[in-house]
Design a protein around this ligand. Structure first.
Ligand SMILES: Nc1ncnc2c1ncn2[C@@H]1O[C@H](COP(=O)(O)OP(=O)(O)OP(=O)(O)O)[C@@H](O)[C@H]1O
Ligand SMILES: [Mg+2]
Length: 261
């Protein structure tokens, strides 16, 4: 038995004639930040899709806390505690940031959360409880000053924070972030980095796809490197930099350690 963890084991994913993943394995444990890096088209998003039920692997399996969830529907995987963000954020543009958090709270059906609220005497009390839960998440994510703004008025960094906040509200135990720092500024990256560390400190297992190796080095306990669908390295980020194959294939020779794309 593998205990608490989200695992992809020997996953193969074929699209027509294209082999996107070949015996790809990864493990995400509570309280740890795992980086997933690789060149464009190496299979990172495909692995995310397999882990979260958006794709059924051609072969191999996905387990959650020892239970086989291979091919389970995305909403079921999410209800079981695995949340994700998308390379291109998917948040309703017409709602406010706070409403998006409330959406996350509503999806907590797996704990009988709504049932317990509905059991409270009086709908008003239930409503107050929901609002105060939403306040808690808004505060934790430092969203107070812009929580009532409409999503389509927010910067990319804030939209990505809203996606993370919604996942936290949904009580995710594992959070998969697909390039959360893409298209956002330096200051917002710093806020995001703090948020990600905070999530791990509260026991959430984080899987992070990120092209910026400085951020990977800063945040990740371990990194997995994909190359044409296969894992070519797994270990501490510092060792990835020392690995000749990884350097040649991926890191390039940039002086800053910034990853070449
Ligand atoms: N739905 C699909 N249908 C056909 N081919 C796909 C599909 N999704 C991904 N692929 C192919 O699978 C391979 C891996 O793609 P994937 O998007 O997983 O890479 P990635 O590592 O996330 O790349 P990037 O860094 O550009 O986001 C690519 O060759 C891609 O063209
Ligand atoms: Mg991708």
């Amino acid at each position: 038995m593998s205990g608490s963890r989200l695992v992809a084991r020997d996953v193969r994913m074929v699209f027509g004639g294209v082999v996107a993943l070949e015996r790809a394995s990864i493990e995400v444990e509570p309280g740890r930040v795992i980086g997933l890096i690789g060149r464009n088209g190496s299979g990172k998003s495909t692995l995310f899709n397999c882990l979260t039920g958006f794709l059924k692997p051609t072969a191999g399996c996905i387990t959650l806390d020892g239970r086989d969830i291979t091919g389970e529907q995305p909403h079921k995987v999410m209800r079981a505690g695995v949340a994700r963000t998308f390379q291109t954020p998917r948040v309703d543009q017409q709602t406010t940031a706070r409403e998006a958090v409330l959406c996350g709270l509503y999806s907590r059906a797996r704990h009988g959360f709504l049932a317990s609220l509905l059991g409270l005497p009086g709908a008003q009390k239930a409503e107050r409880q929901l609002q105060s839960e939403a306040d808690g998440v808004v505060q934790r994510m430092h969203m107070q000053t812009w929580a009532t703004s409409q999503v389509n008025k927010l910067s990319m960094g804030r939209v990505r924070s809203v996606e993370v906040a919604r996942a936290i509200a949904a009580d995710a135990r594992y959070l998969l972030l697909d390039e959360p720092a893409a298209g956002i500024g330096r200051d917002e990256i710093r806020v995001l980095a703090d948020e990600i560390r905070g999530l791990a400190e509260r026991g959430i297992g984080v899987l992070l796809v990120e092209h910026n190796f400085s951020l990977i080095r800063l945040l990740c306990d371990e990194v997995t490197v994909l190359e044409t669908g296969s894992v070519i390295f797994r270990g501490p980020p510092a060792d990835a930099q020392d690995n000749e194959q990884v350097r040649q294939l991926y890191l390039g020779a940039t002086a800053t350690g910034e990853v070449a794309q």
